[in-house]
Design a protein around this ligand. Structure first.
Ligand SMILES: NC(=O)C1=CN([C@@H]2O[C@H](COP(=O)(O)OP(=O)(O)OC[C@H]3O[C@@H](n4cnc5c(N)ncnc54)[C@H](OP(=O)(O)O)[C@@H]3O)[C@@H](O)[C@H]2O)C=CC1
Ligand SMILES: O=C/C=C/c1ccc(O)c(O)c1
Ligand SMILES: [Zn+2]
Ligand SMILES: [Zn+2]
Length: 389
């Protein structure tokens, strides 16, 4: 069992340099699970927390979802990983301290943070409130702040986040179920809004039924779409239809079923995290249909041009969503009564969960109970994981 005392940030030695120099507040540390190399294994790591600045919110982490991007980053799939790295970007926690210029949050609020924790505020995307596309974006981990201090993510007792990148979790929403919305939920909501794919009656495809994909089914259904799941196996059929509400289920290797479904979809949200052929899915699109690429894939993808020309089809991409869209998406989910389908794991079982996610063995998002001792602690201590719908 993870020692609960380590989950709480605590003042460092009274001899820390800041104290000696008479700093206003004491230096704080956090303890999390960090990757130290690309082996895929995380181990405990204690590090200095960013000083709570005027616009900062200090968050005691309660829950953090595990996204496939965490695996890409831990295992250095993009060749840009820096260690030690504390991953985790689907963070829900409780505000414990705010800087003097923070107006939107107070101690005790339940809040969320996601993939991005900084931007330049001056470029075109920043001025258009699509700060996720700022070229100076600061990632919540595997990055550095402008002062050179490393960022560290949510598999940790605490995070310090600029208020611009913090959202309030709606009061009626369970903290653990809100966590996957902060990346997976936003990642599907944003392109559906942006590409004008919100009208009821649209026919949507969700390729890859994992963390992002299952939120795709839920959000698209809530928008009134007819949703087809396109999966690599038959294993998730029953759940997809009965629990998530998918209308149709296609197995991508079933050539007859794929041919019968040709030219039927207005869009496909492609969440497959590895290189894969596009032609079978382009064939499923109607004239003017779009495939929206979500997977982070570090190898070239191929298609032949007639596959898009003969149908004016588009291949596009999208990256999470803006903070404004995050708020809107949370409101949408609250209004529609949507939440995620999760399996809660204890903090000390995080490596097992990462391995299971890597072998496609999760329905549909792992959420780490970081603050053992919170509302699920007694149940979590007697089971390794809890399934929550
Ligand atoms: N663009 C963005 O802003 C974001 C991008 N991402 C990226 O999207 C991708 C999906 O993320 P997430 O939903 O968390 O991932 P998951 O692992 O939860 O889901 C991926 C799904 O893809 C299918 N799949 C097909 N082949 C493989 C394979 N070889 N290994 C694993 N899964 C496979 C599986 O569905 P099935 O069993 O149905 O075939 C699986 O459930 C990742 O690359 C992630 O980095 C994530 C969030 C935001
Ligand atoms: O999970 C969220 C992050 C997605 C992501 C998209 C693109 C990219 O290059 C990344 O490093 C991460
Ligand atoms: Zn993510
Ligand atoms: Zn910018």
């Amino acid at each position: 069992m993870f020692p609960s005392s380590l989950l709480i940030f605590f003042p460092a030695s009274p001899l820390s340099s800041e104290k000696k120099m008479g700093g206003a507040s004491s230096e704080k540390t956090a303890t999390g699970y960090a990757a130290h190399d690309d082996s895929g294994v995380l181990t405990l790591y204690t590090y200095k927390l960013r000083q709570t600045g005027p616009e900062d919110v200090l968050i005691k982490v309660l829950f953090c979802g595990i996204c496939h991007t965490d695996i890409h980053q831990i295992k250095n799939h993009l060749g840009m990983s820096k260690y030690p790295m504390v991953p985790g970007h689907e963070v829900v926690g409780e505000v414990v301290e705010v800087g003097p210029e923070v107006t939107r949050f107070h101690a005790g609020d339940i809040v969320g943070a996601g993939v991005i924790v900084g931007c330049c505020r001056n470029c075109g995307p920043c001025k258009s409130n699509i700060e996720q596309y700022c070229n100076k974006r600061v990632w919540s981990y595997n990055d550095v702040y402008p002062d050179g201090q490393p960022t560290q993510g949510g598999f940790s007792s605490a995070m310090t986040v600029d208020q611009k990148f913090v959202v309030k979790i709606p009061p009626g929403m369970a903290a653990e179920q809100a966590a996957p919305l902060l990346c997976a939920g936003l990642t599907v909501y944003s392109p559906l809004k942006h590409f004008g794919l919100t009208g009821s009656g649209l026919r949507g495809g969700i390729l890859g039924l994992g963390g992002v994909g299952h939120m795709g089914v839920k959000i698209a259904k809530a928008m009134g779409h007819e949703v087809t799941v396109i999966s690599s196996s038959d294993r998730k059929r029953e759940e997809a239809v009965e629990h998530l509400g998918a209308d149709k289920y296609l197995v991508s290797s079933d050539e007859a079923a794929m041919a019968a479904a040709a030219d039927g979809l207005d869009y496909i949200i492609d969440t497959v995290p590895v290189v894969h052929p596009l032609e079978p899915y382009l064939s499923l699109l109607k004239v003017d249909g779009k495939i929206i690429m979500m997977g982070v894939i570090n190898q070239p993808m191929q298609f032949i041009t007639p596959m898009i020309m003969l149908g004016r089809k588009s291949i596009s991409g999208s990256f999470i969503g803006s903070m404004a869209e995050a708020e809107e998406m949370l409101e949408f989910c609250e209004k529609k009564g949507l939440s995620s389908m999760i399996e809660i794991v204890q903090f000390h079982r995080i490596n097992d969960a990462l391995q299971r996610l890597d072998r496609n063995d999760v329905r549909y998002r792992f959420v780490v109970d970081v603050a053992a001792g919170s509302n699920n602690a007694s149940a979590a201590s007697s089971n390794d994981s809890l399934l929550i719908n």
